[in-house]
Ligand binder design. Structure first.
Ligand code: NAD
Length: 282
């Protein structure tokens, strides 16, 4: 089994290219799932304020006996807290819930361009404060479209280290990925297997048959070879292990292309559209 590669971010910090996502894992199941993942070898956990399980992520990391510095932890700002004073309080709560004095990466979860008078710029400047005081080692965004990234570039002094967006074979999201490549913003691909929705695709089944790897491994390996960062989610120990075993094989370049050709554009999107998503928890 090869080791998980690190990706170097535009601020010089490194992030393991493969991690473990905890969206939709119930708080009562989170510590066990994260403990399982850490036991298998995952060293990168992706959580968020809106997932409601930061406390349990912190507990599992402490229970693992691993040093805090060995594990890369990401969290994200709740959509309710874009105004600077709210964001500051929410970030304090993230640190106290996790039980850590820093996070490795903190993201604006959604741009919400139709809420807060479309002002995600002051929110970004607030994240710059967290980086400045060292409590967020890196800062980035999630679900930002090209126009949102262009606005940050025009109006602020820090380029996001990452943009975490929906990417999988049915939504390759190429324009946003390309902007990131050109501007030093690493792409993190969320729902990398479309929550299981791409695993029965005949092209993926064929590559799975040819390589002897499972459909999930084929799709996750495809992301790895495209240099994106992924953190598949599962609560099933055998799948958590399967999703980690991606570094003892390679895909033919033609197969990487064949998977990318499954792109359905907007029809392939499974989550909300970032331009219109306006969910703000009460
Ligand atoms: P995913 O693509 O990782 O799919 C997870 C689901 O696929 C599981 O619930 C399970 O049903 C199935 N699955 C997992 N491994 C499998 C395997 N080996 N074989 C068969 N089926 C398998 O979906 P996700 O959880 O939505 O995305 C991963 C992570 O991305 C999340 O946990 C979260 O950390 C992040 N995310 C971020 C955003 C955002 O807005 N920033 C949105 C969604 C997800």
């Amino acid at each position: 089994m090869g080791a998980v590669p690190d990706i170097t971010l535009n601020d010089g910090n490194t992030i393991p290219q493969l991690g473990f996502g905890v969206y939709q894992i119930q708080p009562e199941d989170t510590a066990q799932a994260v403990g399982e993942a850490l036991g298998i070898g995952y060293r990168h956990i992706d959580t968020a304020q809106m997932y409601g399980n930061e406390r349990e992520v912190g507990e599992a990391i402490r229970a693992s006996g691993l040093d805090r510095g060995e594990i890369f932890v990401t969290s994200k700002l709740n959509n309710s807290f874009h105004e600077p004073e709210d964001a500051r309080k929410a970030f304090d709560t993230t640190l106290s819930d996790l039980g850590f004095d820093y996070v490795d990466l903190f993201l604006i979860h959604w741009p919400l361009p139709t809420v807060y008078d479309g002002d995600y710029v002051s929110t970004w400047k607030t994240l710059e404060e967290f980086k400045g005081d060292g409590r967020a080692r890196s800062i980035g965004v999630s679900n930002f479209q090209v126009e949102h990234l262009e606005r940050l570039a025009a109006e602020t002094g820090t380029v996001p280290a990452v943009n975490q967006i929906e990417v999988h074979p049915y939504l390759t999201n190429e324009a946003v990925r390309a902007y990131g490549r050109e501007h030093g913003i690493a792409t993190e691909a969320w729902s990398p297997i479309a929550q299981g929705g791409v695993l029965e695709d005949p092209t993926i089944a064929e590559i799975s048959g040819k390589t002897g790897k499972t459909p999930a491994q084929v799709v996750l390996r495809w992301h790895i070879e495209r240099d994106d960062i992924v953190f598949p989610k599962s609560v099933t120990p055998s799948r958590i292990r399967e999703n980690f075993e991606l570094f003892d094989f390679e895909l033919d370049p033609a197969d990487v292309e064949a998977i990318a050709a499954l792109d359905r554009g907007e029809d392939g999107r499974t989550g909300p559209h970032p331009d219109t998503f306006a969910y703000v928890p009460g």
